[in-house]
Design a protein around this ligand. Structure first.
Ligand code: NAD
Ligand code: PRE
Length: 363
């Protein structure tokens, strides 16, 4: 029996637990500092058993996943280093920054256990075990950050276990990870939050800002709703990288001030063209499950039952909807529904079907 212990059964810890739970030969143990959370994990069937005792959770584990906020990782690694663990136990984490936890672990004697940093490149703005899903990591990249000391056999064992997530496992140096993930994840979160707060300020004197905010604003700001504690810790643990990136970002916005100020039409077009070109090359598989892979938008007249009818028509025609979101719904305008599918072929069939039913469909 392989025992997998998860400290912090939230969005990421809970999703990992669901990837392993009920697989033959696996037993999944959850840990929380709060009894109410322990009860909830068990009630929801996310883990086989749970406890508030760190020793009890860790003692028989073959794999330990630390899925707590980045700011708590050092404390967890330190506590584990003082415990008697099963020989050969692999300790890993899922923190969004990697250099600081790698430094904590390498400064400690883990008494026969091995630490290998990890970071699944999938998630969402939601948090807590309620948002967990066994599909979260499918087709996403899952970064591991072994170093020169990491035994090959341990890396292979962890990689083999993580195959249950259906993610693509890649090994990346911890510092390089923080550099790149700072740019493609942490900086965008900062920009989204700064933008929302800028608009929130304008909205205080004119509520039309909020009322008129449509698809563009929502698309670029979804991630501004991330958990404040999780993101506080991430930003503070990638400080030097982020300060450099923010400096570059300021140059990017200064460039727009120049282009617009000078009425440089060609320069503006070129900025959009090169960005669009780069973005269109991003591999689809990098998107996590909670993001749409293939999407279309439908104008829906504001009358009861319409959403149910669309879902039923798709279901009757065996077209699998991966997500359905109302992105605009006010009394005075038609609503807009965003439908997401996992496959191009499903999107194509949905568009043909909805067209034939006289819905206005846009891509
Ligand atoms: N949210 C994402 O998109 C995402 C993606 C990849 C990795 N991560 C990383 O995963 C880790 C967990 O994030 P999440 O999104 O699952 O958050 P979450 O809030 O859903 O889960 C965090 C878990 O840690 C527990 N916890 C919080 N504070 C604690 C403390 N002080 N001591 C002990 N336990 C505590 C919570 O009870 C919860 O079970 C973080 O390190 C984060 O950087 C997040
Ligand atoms: O999809 C989202 O909402 C996320 O924020 C996921 C996301 C990201 O892509 O930036 C956020 C943090 C992670 O550590 C990994 C992935």
């Amino acid at each position: 029996m392989t025992t997998i212990t998860i400290f912090g059964v939230g969005l990421i810890g809970g999703s990992l637990a669901l990837c392993f739970k009920d697989k033959p030969g696996f037993r999944v143990i959850g840990h929380s500092v709060r009894q109410a959370s322990v009860d909830k994990y068990v009630q929801r069937g996310v883990v086989d058993a749970a406890t508030t005792s760190m020793e009890e959770a860790a003692e028989n584990a073959d794999f330990i996943f630390l899925c707590v906020p980045v700011g708590n990782l050092d404390e967890y690694v330190r506590k584990l280093s003082r415990m008697k663990l099963k020989p050969g136990c692999i300790i890993t984490d899922v923190g969004s920054t990697k250099a600081s936890v790698a430094a904590s672990a390498s400064s400690l004697q883990l008494k026969g256990a091995v630490f290998i940093g990890g970071h699944p490149m999938a998630g969402s703005e939601r948090s807590g075990v309620e948002a967990a899903s066994s599909h979260l990591f499918e087709n996403a990249y899952y970064v591991l950050t072994p170093d020169r000391e990491t035994p090959r056999e341990a890396l292979d064992r962890l990689t083999e276990l993580l195959e249950h997530t259906k993610a693509h496992i890649v090994a990346v140096d911890a510092e390089e990870h923080d550099e790149i993930v700072g740019a493609i994840s942490h900086l965008p979160h900062i920009i989204a939050v700064a933008l929302v707060n800028q608009i929130r300020g304008y909205n205080e004197t004119n509520a039309l800002y909020e009322a008129l905010a449509a698809g563009g604003f929502r698309d670029i700001t979804r991630i501004a709703s991330g958990d404040p504690v999780i993101w506080r810790d991430i930003l503070l643990h990638n400080k030097s990288v982020l300060l450099r990136l923010l400096h570059d970002w300021r140059e990017g916005t200064d460039r727009f001030i120049e282009l617009i100020g000078a009425g440089d039409a060609d320069g503006i077009e070129e900025a959009f063209r090169s960005a669009g070109h780069f973005r269109s090359q991003l591999p689809e598989r990098r998107k996590g499950m909670l993001q749409a892979l293939y999407e279309c938008y439908i104008d829906v007249p504001d009358h009861p039952g319409i959403i149910g009818r669309i879902a039923t028509e798709l279901g009757d025609n065996r077209i699998n909807l991966s997500n359905l979101q109302i992105i605009e719904s006010r009394e005075d305008v038609p609503g807009i529904l965003r439908l997401s599918f996992r496959k191009q072929e499903e999107l194509d069939r949905a568009v043909r079907l909805l067209d034939s039913l006289d819905f206005r469909v846009h891509y």
